[in-house]
Design a protein around this ligand. Sequence first.
Ligand SMILES: *Cc1c(COP(=O)(O)O)cnc(C)c1O
Length: 402
Amino acid sequence: MRQPITDLIHHPYAPPASFAAPQPGIHKASTVFFADVAAMRARDWKTKAGYTYGLHGTPTTFTLEERLATLEGGTECLLAPSGLAALALVAFALLKTGDEVLLPDNAYGPNKALTTGELANFGITHRMYDAMDPADLAAKLSDRTRLVWVEAPGSVTMECPDLPALVERCRARGIVTALDNTWGAGLAFAPFDFNGSGQGVDISVQALTKYPSGGGDVLMGSVVTRDERLHRALKLTHLRMGFGVGANDVETLLRSLPSIALRYDAHDRSARMLARWLAGREEIAQVLHPALEESPGHAHWRTLCGGGAGPDAGRAAGLFSVVFDERYGAAQIDRFCDSLKLFRLGYSWGGPVSLVVPYDIGLMRDATVARWPYKGALVRFSTGLEATNDLRDDLDQALAAL
Ligand SMILES: *Cc1c(COP(=O)(O)O)cnc(C)c1O
């Protein structure tokens, strides 16, 4: 007689397969069973044709991958444990000793740190280019250039580049382009099809940590392509590096993804109103938001993100920076940030709570490329989902504390 504990573990009951509900079922596994030895030997972890091991994909991770590929207009997607891990995955898959990678001067900071740290240790060199000058990029491409990162707009300083022009310079030389598409989130523009031209980047990376999650509670990244050969290279590196993601986190993403467009547009509306209000304040020297006319690269944003006539046309993330008048010293800027009550001090963005971060641009810009033209301190705001008037009142009282 078998003991009940054995029957408990090898239970014969299987629920009927007909269950249907708004959210997909969540599958958690490291181990995946095979029907027989032949099936085990015939396992194929290179495609989504079957399952081999939790690290190589489950129904849950495949479902999120397919939805993200659809959102961005790609065909293939891989998940990574964070946005930064997704950026690293691209670098590790495509670069080897002796190769060179190019980054925009205003790239996401940790991507620069990975490049000057681990990649440099592996004998992979890099150059920074001026994102606002496609000729500067073209001049820096060489026979050793294997990968060019692009970002629209630039992190923190928010200049929108002529993205199609940058990509075209690389395509002309057969060099792979990878976009950090966290700001656009697959909503502001189509990364693989700029303005319906059929032209786009080769790889689009997102920090799902931001708008796709929308909660400030999950770290994850994605790498989307529509090139089978590129995807295969990325997939092999993904397997060998062991970039697994947890099913509970994927479940959170599957739950929040359907509302991403509504949330994105709400963040956008609120941010534009606050950015315009701040632009009218005498304490502020410059507002950096690509949808504002006076912001660097505004015309490129308008072309890329469908910004037709009217102040609310086109799409933009709820993110902007301001440069304070240079008469305010560091201590006053710190006091301003400390005085904010609804805007909390914290990194990242895309969640319900508005955030603020003071940045030192002198430490962020590569001195060999474009000179930063402003003297005042820079503060970046991420607009959450609070009522816009309450956020404006919060900014108002903190400006008074200057
Ligand atoms: C946040 C962010 C990342 C990295 O995402 P994590 O999940 O925090 O690692 C990458 N690129 C951009 C532009 C980001 O804002």
